[in-house]
Design a protein around this ligand. Structure first.
Ligand code: ADP
Length: 201
């Protein structure tokens, strides 16, 4: 363990698109950096929303990040030379994962190992996909986390708290059977409440 009181644990931040998950992750990481803690932020390499080596929120804040193809790469990055059990003895104080829903199943054991080694692990991601179904590894992370924050956006139709992500293809609600990840499609996303979230069957 890093210290007598290790403090290792999992914090999960979820909500639909535009709910401020990246803002919240950046806020938590920046506070720890100001307090001279060492923090590493990982993001999936497929998300090149603004910069290849930063995480950015829709409102413009950003923080340094490491783009990785998967948890094998994240583990290798943390291991460096001479790591024990694949993890080094001088781990960062904070390890954060943005867009956690896009990571592979290895994220759960990696997050748990880091927490067991005394690391504060922050995981931000979509709890639901565009269909309103639980997204990838998020359900297991949510149940294993010490702390969970569910954020809402504002429904662009009625102004109610938005808990869903509306996917539009050519301006029309997407079909339930559309692939969760569509590369290169003419698609757009909006924050919507339960009532105004539409999925075509
Ligand atoms: P997330 O990571 O959850 O997608 P971000 O942290 O990237 O969210 O962005 C949150 C920001 O998105 C808000 O602070 C606001 O500026 C902007 N935004 C755009 N559309 C909406 C909306 N419908 N409701 C709330 N915020 C929105």
């Amino acid at each position: 363990l890093k210290s007598p009181y290790s403090g290792g644990h999992l914090e999960v931040v979820v909500g639909p698109m535009f709910s401020g998950k990246s803002e919240e992750l950046i806020r938590r990481v920046n506070r720890s950096v100001i307090a001279r803690q060492r923090a590493v932020v990982f993001k999936p390499a497929i998300d090149t929303r603004y910069h290849a080596t930063r995480v950015a929120s829709h409102s413009g804040q950003s923080a340094e990040a490491v783009a990785v193809a998967g948890t094998v790469d994240a583990r290798a990055y943390l291991s460096g030379e001479g790591g024990l059990f694949g993890l080094p003895t001088d781990l960062p104080d904070v390890v954060a994962f943005d867009e956690a829903q896009f990571f592979d199943e290895g994220l759960v054991p990696l997050a748990l190992e880091l927490a067991d080694q005394g690391v504060r692990v922050i995981l931000a991601g979509l709890d639901l996909d565009f269909r309103g179904e639980p997204f990838g590894v998020m359900p297991e992370l949510l149940s294993r986390a010490e702390s969970v924050e569910k954020l809402t956006a504002i429904c662009v139709v009625c102004g109610a708290p938005a808990t869903r992500t509306q996917r539009l293809i050519g301006g029309q609600p997407a079909h339930f059977d559309d692939p969760v990840v569509m590369v290169g499609a003419q698609e757009a996303y909006e924050a919507r409440c339960r009532v105004h979230h539409e999925v075509r069957r």
